[in-house]
Ligand binder design. Sequence first.
Ligand SMILES: NC(=O)c1ccc[n+]([C@@H]2O[C@H](COP(=O)([O-])OP(=O)(O)OC[C@H]3O[C@@H](n4cnc5c(N)ncnc54)[C@H](O)[C@@H]3O)[C@@H](O)[C@H]2O)c1
Length: 256
Amino acid sequence: MGKMTNKVALVTGGAEGIGATVGRMIVDEGGKVLLCDVQVDKARELANELGDNAEAFELDVRDLDQWHAAVQAAQERFGKLNVLCNIAGISEPGIVTDVDLDSWTRTMDINLNGPFFGCRAAIPAMEAAGEPGAIVNIGSMIAMRAAAFVAAYSASKAGLLGLTRSIALDLAERGLPIRANMVHPGAVRTPMYDSYKYSGADTPENIETNFAATHPMNRIGEPEEVAKAVVFLASDEASFTTGCDFTVDGGGSIRS
Ligand SMILES: NC(=O)c1ccc[n+]([C@@H]2O[C@H](COP(=O)([O-])OP(=O)(O)OC[C@H]3O[C@@H](n4cnc5c(N)ncnc54)[C@H](O)[C@@H]3O)[C@@H](O)[C@H]2O)c1
């Protein structure tokens, strides 16, 4: 039996990077997954590769109506919903005095409002399943520690930390067997990371060295290392864990 046997999960950002890796690991661990993303063609390619236990769905996490449709699609395709992994996210540079206002709003809409809409749409379905459920939100080392030039990103991830704790408490105090936790990655080798690495701000080698140096373990993480933590928190193995911050950051958040 795998960690996710009998579990149906909805994963956002499921087309590539950490979300795609989580989707793949859920199926490897015996679960079923709806891979949701704006890049639906890429999500479909992965779903085809994973077989009958995966399906793709076009979802822009900024749209609550689309969220209701995604939850319904998971229930229709797989019979229920047990797990929500809010992984879709964006990171755009900017300090408070010059951050583009559209960029600020877009970041809040995708990184913070998206998971809020997701929880709002998914919790009733998870409750209706009548089984243990789990929400896993993806934060960042930068939710725990300051970083320059990413004001909107820092604020969105710190806001998501507060939302996750609030949801965990609400669910537990209502006596529901649904947990909510958060995973905070450090720099992880995904298309998001590659967009910094090949941004032209410096040579890719120097960018990698500088990013690695912000982590005491002095390297970049791999998406599988984050996915293992997400799948653990999504599974019944974490049955007494709710409202927690699980860092997968090579010690980055404890560096002073
Ligand atoms: N890679 C890192 O170094 C790193 C570090 C800390 C935290 N994170 C967080 O991990 C999560 C995943 O990051 P990643 O590195 O895999 O990113 P990525 O850019 O490689 O993948 C993100 C995915 O989210 C999707 N997405 C973007 N906007 C969306 C929207 N509005 N609706 C639905 N899907 C949307 C993209 O299409 C893409 O498939 C993000 O929340 C990110 O903030 C990443």
